[in-house]
Design a protein around this ligand. Structure first.
Ligand SMILES: Cc1cc2nc3c(=O)[nH]c(=O)nc-3n(C[C@H](O)[C@H](O)[C@H](O)COP(=O)(O)O)c2cc1C
Length: 199
């Protein structure tokens, strides 16, 4: 088991155990648009409240104009590594439709993004989601309609040697084991706080 693999009390699906959010992407690997298509198909088939399907994506491939404009909207800390990704996306929520407000729109984008991330793992890719971007810049750059809310930027690519990150602190963070709260603090039965699985 690599340090990045999820440490679970029982086996979970390999795709879930192996998904993580790298920052070291391989700038020498370009992403074929057909590989990105598969990710978007996975994302498109996520469940949503009343099948309202609120998720939408902006999609840029490294080298194209959309990629550059998404990159330009990222917070500096994210831009410093995300420029090596093969694709940059922005996950958006359609928060209103013909019938009014869309309930659970953000929840729908989250479900869709996780589908995308797991499909990426299945296809030998990795995904890193980012809240660190300027939503107003995205709104302006891509002329988003009012009912569309940009929620998350997503870097997609092939992982690289952590050394590409350059500084030591970034490399240490990239190679550190991933951590989660214990299952005993996560699932309760009887009374809130009473662990379903104490160990
Ligand atoms: C909605 C959301 C926003 C995030 N924003 C950022 C971000 O701006 N920059 C960053 O480096 N990581 C960001 N992350 C990545 C998380 O830090 C990461 O998923 C978390 O530490 C768990 O690590 P893992 O994905 O490797 O399991 C974000 C993740 C999510 C789901």
């Amino acid at each position: 088991m690599s340090d990045k693999e999820a440490d679970t009390s029982v086996a979970v699906h390999d795709l879930i155990a192996r998904r993580w959010s790298p920052r070291a992407f391989d700038a020498d690997v370009a992403l074929d648009p057909e590989r990105v298509r598969a990710l978007l198909e996975a994302a498109r088939w996520a469940p949503s409240f009343g099948n309202t399907q609120p998720a939408r994506y902006l999609v840029g491939l490294r080298g194209d104009d959309t990629f550059e404009r998404i990159l330009g909207a990222l917070a500096e800390g994210n831009r410093s590594w995300a420029h090596r990704a093969g694709a940059l996306l922005v996950g958006c929520a359609r928060v209103r439709n013909e019938k009014g407000g869309v309930p659970y729109a953000e929840y729908g984008v989250g479900l869709s993004a996780e589908n995308l991330a797991l499909q990426a793992v299945a296809d030998g890719l990795a995904v890193h989601q980012m809240a660190g971007f300027d939503a107003d810049t995205v709104r302006r750059e891509f002329a988003l309609p009012d009912e569309i809310t940009p929620l998350v930027a997503i870097a997609v690519g092939v992982t690289a040697d952590p050394e590409v990150l350059g500084d030591e602190r970034a490399v240490t963070r990239e190679t550190a084991p991933r951590r989660r709260i214990a299952l005993a603090e996560f699932a309760f039965s009887g009374t809130w706080g009473e662990a379903t699985y104490p160990a």
